[in-house]
Design a protein around this ligand. Structure first.
Ligand SMILES: [Zn+2]
Length: 407
């Protein structure tokens, strides 16, 4: 810990405190901010293992898929950035197949014996990378995971776990970068900065970069924009459905006709994911809908739901026709034959990025199924307008580049 007259700075996570606030009974100082990783205190020295020299390895990529033309371009940019130790923002629309665009670059880095880390909030990358790199021992570090640390060429972890590393990675990839509030959490930015080698490549992946992020990175990142999905179909454009007093109606269960009719129509073709602005409103509405549709398999899910992961798996296995959810499923999930409703799209939890991500759940893979995206609202918001503008702009860019077929 770096100690000055009145303050102390934790070398592990970068947090600073007044000395008096963090004094232990034995007189030493400690860091409360990163205590989950093991207590850092002033009587202990932080040590790090010296990174071994990079030794070329034989690495096999087992993948029989084929990249679409825009994925080839994305893949080349990723490989180039990794090789030249430069930073890249891969701005790729939802459903563009960004994971596949990483394969080539990661293979090349691993072949040169370099260490690669991927920060993944959605926990979707591990099984996919394990499948394509069956001979690589991937270290998976999550708060709840039982795995203990060992040296590994490929690490998948949370931003928090990055604090365990000091100048270790040649390549650091952060998936869904816009989901991390770096600005609000200097600890995360510290983890990114200290875990990578001075000469390394930082790759950000997102479908929805904020203006703030774009401003932050404009001087030291290349930007590669992928405006099209691999299957060449345009992004589904949300349809607006005005429904006065949606909140009161869904809470009371009275005058739900507009919603029930919409559900009937959508459910005749696809399953439906219904996004709600709060858990309490969702639970009330679920009860009313169960009465209205006694035959229907209906479930609810949210971030603290004890069966969260099982419910998502069951949805994937077609066990439900209607799943009500909070924004927890706005990204990282793919269900085939799906329509999406955002109930109360004008609610403040549905910001521009959330609305674009939610709309992006539809028509991701499989044959086209006429999946729709419906925003139910009673007041227009800036976020809704911007989301619509952005989706239309990406479709236009895709068509113009010859990567999207007009419908
Ligand atoms: Zn700390």
């Amino acid at each position: 810990m770096k100690i000055s007259q009145s303050t102390v700075v934790c070398q592990c996570c970068g947090s600073s405190f007044s000395k008096e606030a963090v004094r232990l009974p034995n007189g030493h100082l400690y860091c409360p901010n990163c205590i989950q990783l093991g207590r850092v205190s002033s009587d202990l020295a932080l040590v790090h293992q010296k990174e071994p020299a990079r030794i070329p390895q034989a690495v096999k990529l087992i993948w029989a898929g084929k990249l679409a033309p825009q994925q080839i371009s994305g893949s080349q940019q990723v490989s180039k950035a990794m090789k030249q130790k430069r930073n890249l923002l891969l701005w790729a629309v939802t459903g563009s197949g960004k994971t596949e665009m990483l394969f080539k670059g990661i293979t090349a880095a691993l072949k040169s014996g370099e260490r690669v880390a991927i920060v993944d909030v959605c926990r979707e990358l591990y099984p996919r990378l394990q499948a394509v790199f069956p001979e690589i021992d991937i270290l998976l570090l999550y708060g709840s995971s039982e795995e203990t640390y060992r040296y590994s060429l490929l690490t998948i972890c949370t931003t928090h776990q990055l604090l365990r590393f000091y100048q270790a990675f040649d390549v650091l990839i952060i998936d869904e970068i816009d989901a991390f509030p770096f600005a609000d959490n200097p600890q995360l930015a510290h983890g990114v900065a200290q875990s990578r080698l001075p000469k390394s490549s930082l790759i950000y992946l997102t479908a929805t970069p904020s203006l703030k992020l774009l401003r932050q990175i404009k001087d030291d990142f290349m930007i590669e924009k992928i405006p099209a999905r691999y299957h060449r179909r345009p992004l589904p454009v949300p349809k607006l459905l005005w429904w006065n007093k949606w909140r009161q109606r869904c809470a009371s269960g009275k005058k739900l006709k507009k919603l029930t009719q919409l559900l009937k129509r959508l459910l005749s073709q696809n399953r439906v994911l219904l996004f709600c602005p709060s858990i309490s409103l969702m639970e009330m509405l679920a009860e009313h809908l169960k009465k209205n549709f006694p035959e229907l398999a209906i479930a609810t899910v949210h971030g603290n739901h004890p069966r969260r992961e099982e419910i998502v798996t069951e949805m994937r296995e077609n066990k439900y026709q209607l799943l009500l959810t909070t924004t927890i499923l706005e990204r990282g999930v793919t269900f085939e034959k799906l329509s999406v409703i955002v109930l109360g799209a004008n609610h403040r939890v549905f910001n521009q990025a959330a609305l674009i991500q939610i709309a992006g759940r539809v028509d991701r893979k499989g044959p086209p199924s006429q999946g729709e995206v419906i925003f139910i609202y009673d007041e227009m918001t800036k976020a809704m307008r911007q989301a619509l503008r952005e989706i239309n702009a990406m479709n236009q860019a895709g068509i113009k580049a010859g990567l999207v077929d007009e419908v």
